[in-house]
Design a protein around this ligand. Structure first.
Ligand SMILES: *[C@@H]1O[C@H](CO)[C@@H](O)[C@H](O)[C@H]1NC(C)=O
Ligand SMILES: *[C@@H]1O[C@H](CO)[C@@H](O)[C@H](O)[C@H]1NC(C)=O
Ligand SMILES: *[C@@H]1O[C@H](CO)[C@@H](O)[C@H](O)[C@H]1NC(C)=O
Ligand SMILES: *[C@@H]1O[C@H](CO)[C@@H](O)[C@H](O)[C@H]1NC(C)=O
Ligand SMILES: *[C@@H]1O[C@H](CO)[C@@H](O)[C@H](O)[C@H]1NC(C)=O
Ligand SMILES: *[C@@H]1O[C@H](CO)[C@@H](O)[C@H](O)[C@H]1NC(C)=O
Ligand SMILES: *[C@@H]1O[C@H](CO)[C@@H](O)[C@H](O)[C@H]1NC(C)=O
Ligand SMILES: *[C@@H]1O[C@H](CO)[C@@H](O)[C@H](O)[C@H]1NC(C)=O
Ligand SMILES: *[C@@H]1O[C@H](CO)[C@@H](O)[C@H](O)[C@H]1NC(C)=O
Ligand SMILES: *[C@@H]1O[C@H](CO)[C@@H](O)[C@H](O)[C@H]1NC(C)=O
Length: 590
């Protein structure tokens, strides 16, 4: 008996040995996942040919189980040849999680990622339609890999130091399409991005959370050029995308600007160089970030019992427009939700002295084009260099009166952005040095949040014919970037799951040389090379008994394998993102 058992174990581990574990460095949402009060399988589904065929099922609150904290555990296995895909998870019309997938290998990959979904407590305690959309393609020839997805929910009855007080209501800012069994994403700029909401009269706090990602022609928005430069290299037509590399996601209340998000530049696992992101995927690839705007200062307008418009919009830079604001391309997939807390002591919340001060964005743009003159006197553009900088300040405030008490509520943001690009070789060689940074504070707490996202990226494509990612080619890619945040989520703070600031420092640098024969989806073993490193250091402000106070992970990868992977409950120094090294004797970052 014993022998047979051992043989089985060996056979099993032999099987799983061939399957590569891919991962995103991220702090776990709690110290231990052991001993949940209860757990349930939300769904299991294989996404093969799944465009416009989301999984649609029923979510039920766990049976006879008290809980505060809820963690969703998403696990995926895949093997074959496949691109990275975008996926969204919905409870009804409300988006809970946006992720992308890693690109599989023939022998298979798997990953699991855990997200704390406690702030959605009011949805988790009711029966809901659950929708998971992962549009994938199997054509039997080029694309062969399905994504097999398992979502499990873990529930814990944690005590929270300052009490647990989830939002009373969560309203979708989406297309409200779950009744037709589809997701409720706005596709901007085509869709309206707007909903009309009639809200309770006694709101205490109101916070909009939004998720926005550029996809399709907008996937690499941060490498785009102002529209008047897309034809700088006419012999490589179609390679450059327009609308500038600046993007602002706006939240408007009744048509007035309430707050903005200058998005984190996501590099998906097929992005720039598919060889660069395995086994360590890019920062935030498995949990795309959301951004919060405190709209509590608008309460004076919102509590009149009438309908109000909440709109999400994405804009870019256009130097020929008077205010510099211009349109963007398709597709920005955007959705949001409005979280509302009530004041039980009043029938109607009254606010006065509404004030809104909006400065900018102030833009600064300059460019220079290198020109080469051929022997016959013909001039062609040999390089394009430009700098685009932007800055903005925004403050919205009002005074809420409750009986004899008054409460000042203010939402403040200050943002800055700089994007420097240098293109040569018909823009097949492209270097980017970008920094987005900002700070904000809300009426929820006294904590000021700061963030900074430096991104240095160089790519040099060698392709058989222009734009030909389906003809043989290669790409050399160097990336060095960081995400540095320090602050607090208003949603977690108001819910009670966070009581102090969280600090996250992560840096990733990768050098990859990738060669494909017929489709960019598959590289060439024995020729491709890749080296990468990731550092992550975290300190948390959790109110929960098993909250993570400190965590770190450092990993080094080479050619689809991990050479070093260290994790622990403490912080580590995270070196700064550096200007990219010299390429062929020339500094490739200006
Ligand atoms: C997440 O799910 C996967 C697959 O079901 C499982 O192997 C893993 O242990 C789960 N993780 C947690 C924290 O429960
Ligand atoms: C994914 O699920 C499909 C359908 O159930 C199955 O045929 C396939 O073997 C699974 N793939 C992996 C890698 O588990
Ligand atoms: C939505 O999906 C559910 C479950 O699969 C099904 O019962 C229902 O008929 C579908 N509704 C529509 C409008 O397609
Ligand atoms: C050089 O680039 C500018 C700016 O994009 C463009 O207007 C011009 O037509 C280009 N010149 C040539 C010869 O391609
Ligand atoms: C934003 O505020 C800072 C600090 O007061 C100021 O230096 C900066 O010029 C302002 N920026 C804009 C675009 O108004
Ligand atoms: C483009 O980049 C490649 C790779 O670094 C380099 O060999 C080549 O010289 C570059 N071309 C130009 C015109 O800079
Ligand atoms: C792909 O190209 C490499 C050389 O770059 C070659 O060694 C390999 O055999 C090719 N594979 C296929 C399937 O054509
Ligand atoms: C990575 O791959 C390249 C080319 O396939 C090879 O020369 C190199 O030895 C590999 N490195 C490791 C650590 O496997
Ligand atoms: C990443 O940066 C470090 C310096 O912080 C450097 O030593 C290392 O070579 C870089 N790795 C890659 C793959 O570029
Ligand atoms: C742009 O890149 C080229 C090639 O690396 C370099 O010669 C040139 O100096 C760079 N231009 C600027 C303004 O940095």
């Amino acid at each position: 008996m014993r022998l047979i058992y051992a043989a089985l174990v060996l056979a099993y581990s032999g099987l799983s040995l061939g399957v590569l574990e891919v991962f995103q460095a991220a702090p776990p949402p709690r110290l231990s996942f052991d001993a949940p009060s209860c757990r349930q399988l939300v769904f299991e589904h294989s996404f093969g040919n799944s465009y416009e065929a989301p999984y649609v099922g029923a979510y039920s609150p766990p049976d006879g189980c008290d809980f505060t904290t809820a963690i969703f555990n998403l696990s995926v296995v895949s093997s074959g040849r496949q691109y990275d895909r975008l996926a969204t998870l919905w409870l009804g019309d409300i988006e809970i999680w946006r992720t992308s997938t890693a690109m599989p290998t023939q022998s298979g990959i798997h990953w699991s990622f855990q997200k704390d979904v406690t702030v959605w407590y009011p949805l988790l305690t009711q029966s809901q339609k659950v929708i998971f959309d992962l549009g994938n393609l199997i054509d039997g020839d080029r694309y062969t890999g399905p994504f097999n997805v398992t979502l499990e929910a873990l529930y814990y009855d944690d005590g929270y130091a300052g009490g647990f007080h989830p939002a009373e209501y969560i309203y979708p800012i989406s297309t409200l399409a779950s009744s037709s069994n589809t997701t409720s994403l706005f596709s901007l700029p085509g869709d309206s991005g707007s909903v009309s909401l009639t809200l309770p009269k006694n709101i205490k706090n109101a916070v909009v959370s939004l998720t926005a990602s550029g996809n399709g022609a907008e996937e690499f928005w941060f490498t785009n050029v102002p529209t008047e430069y897309v034809n700088t290299f006419p012999s490589n037509e179609g390679w450059l995308y327009g609308y500038s590399p600046f993007r602002e996601v706006q939240v408007l209340v009744d048509g007035q600007l309430a707050g903005v998000s200058w998005p984190f530049p996501i590099l998906f696992t097929g992005g720039v160089d598919p060889g660069a992101w395995r086994p360590i995927v890019g920062i935030d690839a498995f949990e795309l970030p959301s951004f919060e705007v405190d709209v509590t200062p608008w309460i004076g307008f919102l509590t009149d019992g009438q309908a109000h418009t909440f709109q999400l919009r994405v804009v870019g830079f256009d130097g020929s427009a008077e205010n510099g604001i211009g349109p963007v391309g398709e597709n920005w997939w955007v959705s949001g939700s409005l979280f509302v807390w009530l004041d039980d002591t009043v029938e109607q919340t009254v606010a006065q002295s509404f004030r809104s001060e909006i400065a900018g964005p102030a833009f600064d743009f300059h460019s220079s084009i290198g020109v080469a003159i051929a022997g016959d006197g013909t001039a062609t553009n040999s390089s394009l260099y430009f700098v685009l900088a932007a800055a903005r300040n925004l403050t919205v405030s009002s005074t809420i009166k409750t009986g004899a008490e008054t409460r000042e509520v203010t939402w403040t943001q200050s943002l800055s952005f700089s994007n420097i690009q240098n293109m040569t070789d018909l823009a097949f060689n492209q270097s980017l040095a970008m920094v987005t940074s900002g700070s904000h504070s809300s009426s929820a707490s006294d904590i000021i949040s700061h963030y900074m996202y430096p991104l240095n990226l160089f790519s040099a494509y060698d392709v058989a014919s222009s734009g030909a990612t389906t003809n043989p080619g290669s790409v050399l890619c160097l990336v060095d970037r960081s995400k540095l945040t320090d602050g607090i989520s208003a949603l977690s703070f108001l819910t009670g799951s966070s009581i102090g600031p969280e600090s996250l420092k992560t840096r990733q640098n990768v050098t990859s040389s990738y060669h494909w024969n017929s489709t960019i989806v598959e590289g060439t073993a024995g020729v491709d090379t890749m080296d990468g490193e990731v550092w992550l250091s975290y300190s948390g402000g959790s109110a929960g008994e098993v909250g993570v106070a400190e965590y770190h992970r450092y990993a080094m990868e080479k050619n689809d394998s991990v050479l070093i992977d260290e994790q622990g409950w403490g912080q580590i120094p995270v070196p700064s993102t550096m200007p990219l090294p010299y390429v062929d004797g020339e500094p490739i970052v200006p």
